[in-house]
Ligand binder design. Structure first.
Ligand code: ATP
Ligand code: MN
Length: 483
């Protein structure tokens, strides 16, 4: 058996008592031909490996370069050096893989996040990305734990779908049709449109933009379900919070109204934050320090009032601010920001869609905490949202987070078949295509609600990373699909 290693994270918690152990990892630095800082990805903390002078031949020592991989066996001793409780006195060092220090792109110095994105295949080996992706893992695990503990059923909704009626965003087509002009020509109908009858599925299909409609089918049988999977949007918005491929969590619950829905979403977000605080303290502290250092470069008025950890504690310890869309419009309209014409999109009045600058004003300047906005105008929301008695709003809810903007979008769903169909007609949604969706309203319909949480935006919030490209391993954005 090859692998009898101890992980460095665990080893660093031991009392040094001359234990014999084997560790494996990658060299971060090698000082004075004697001290190896070894990292195995279990923690940002390196293990100090001591190669006693004269004990190893020069040929071997020369190969201990940054990012070379090693297998080291040795004795765990109390460390005399600063900054560590213990060290490993090496008895045997084996080079598993050499690393040409001249060519290795990561130097032991600070690199910009932009540069690291270009070498995303290696950036996990930095402290910043080590921390971010360990936290991402933890949060993913916590998602499942939260819902499993509540008895929700994890549902895998399809990634390839034929429903183009959700209106959540631009879609990527899925096809095996040729798009050549020569012999292997795209099949066309008489009117020149593409003939999808000849396509793989015999119809036009896309990558899913949301699992919600299928999720509702599950909720109206299991009671409570959630999805957690990849979602695709071909939106050409090159922002720090949009990806073309992102992961979304979509719980859908029978016997829930809008308030139940908002309560669950708030509890869920707080649970995820708490989970990271309890299980990733060291990584959070590292990122908090990183952020603080970065902010030192900024002018005073651009710096955050709270550090990362204080921000997370604040969110945990305070209720989210709940208000209606109508109240939000009034606040925005009366704000000095609006009066001084500082919004790029001025507040024209009731009915307008909120831009991210408006959302951020509400959370960052006005309330200074997460906000749950409810009851939006029907005209700017999807067909399936429940129509309120006022005849103009729907039971929608968005949760807005400081620094991020929209993190959750959800609603109580329209369970009344007649109302739903009337709305679909108004919005030109093909009723026949969604026969299976409407069946839930025909056969034992129930009040139900759900929401979508963008996983990367949640990871951004917890890690404090400002660009969404830095919280997903290999970001897909307009013009970019490397790795
Ligand atoms: P936005 O207005 O920010 O584009 P949206 O209204 O399109 O969001 P929804 O359709 O409600 O968002 O999707 C639910 C959640 O999925 C959002 O609240 C957000 O957290 C996340 N999300 C939506 N689009 C993206 C994207 N392109 N990249 C990453 N996350 C996204
Ligand atoms: Mn969008």
């Amino acid at each position: 058996m090859f692998n009898k290693r101890v992980k460095i994270k665990e080893l660093l918690t031991w009392e040094p008592k001359e234990q014999e152990v084997t560790v494996m990892g990658w060299v971060r630095t090698f000082r004075n031909n004697q001290f190896i800082a070894l990292n195995d990805g279990s923690t940002n903390n390196n293990l100090q490996v001591v190669a006693e002078l004269g004990k190893f031949d020069d040929e071997l020592l020369k190969r201990i370069t940054t990012s070379a991989s090693l297998k080291v066996t040795g004795t765990v001793l109390a460390s005399l050096g600063k900054g560590q409780k213990l060290e490993l006195k090496a008895t045997a060092i084996e080079i598993l893989g050499d690393s040409d220090a001249e060519k290795y792109p990561l130097q032991p110095k600070k690199h910009s996040l932009e540069f690291l994105r270009e070498i995303a295949h290696l950036r996990f080996r930095t402290n910043t990305f080590g921390s971010v992706f360990r936290i991402r893992h933890s949060l993913a695990f916590a998602v499942h734990k939260f819902f499993n503990d509540k008895g929700f059923v994890y549902m895998h909704t399809p990634i390839i779908t034929a429903s183009d009626a959700e209106g959540a965003g631009e879609m990527f087509k899925v096809t095996t049709l040729p798009f050549d002009e020569g012999k292997n020509k795209t099949p066309r109908n008489e009117d020149g449109t593409v003939n999808f009858k000849d396509d793989f599925f015999g119809r036009a299909t896309n990558l899913t933009v949301s699992g919600q409609l299928e999720g509702e089918l599950g909720a109206t049988a299991f009671g409570e379900i959630y999805t957690f999977g990849p979602t695709f949007r071909a939106e050409n918005s090159n922002t720090a919070r949009h990806l073309a491929e992102f992961w979304m969590i979509e719980p859908e619950m029978a016997f829930y109204d809008l308030e139940d829905n908002a309560n669950l979403a708030e509890e869920f977000i707080k649970y995820l934050i708490r989970y990271a605080m309890d299980n990733n303290r060291e990584d959070l502290e590292f990122l908090a320090q990183r952020l603080a250092d970065e902010e030192k470069q900024l002018p005073q008025d651009k710096r955050s009032e709270l550090g990362l950890i204080e921000k997370l504690e604040f969110v945990l310890n305070n209720d989210f601010q709940r208000l209606t869309y109508t109240e939000a419009i009034d606040i925005l309209k009366e704000s000095n920001h609006n009066k001084k014409k500082k919004f790029q999109y001025p507040i024209t009045g009731w009915g307008m869609d909120l831009q991210s600058e408006h959302e951020r004003y509400l959370v960052e300047k006005h309330f200074k905490k997460p906000v749950i906005l409810m009851n939006y105008p029907a005209a700017i929301k999807a067909f399936y949202m429940r129509q309120n008695e006022d005849g103009k709003t729907v039971a929608a809810m968005d949760i807005l987070a400081p620094g991020i903007g929209e993190i959750v979008g959800g609603s109580q769903r329209e369970e009344r078949q007649d109302r739903l169909e009337a709305r679909m007609k108004e919005m030109h949604i093909p009723i026949e295509d969604l026969w299976w969706y409407l069946d839930t309203r025909r056969f034992g319909t129930v009040p139900h609600a759900g929401f979508g949480l963008g996983f990367e935006r949640m990871v951004q919030f917890v890690t404090g990373m400002t660009n969404i490209r830095d919280v997903i391993a290999f970001p897909r954005t307009p013009g970019s699909a490397e790795f």
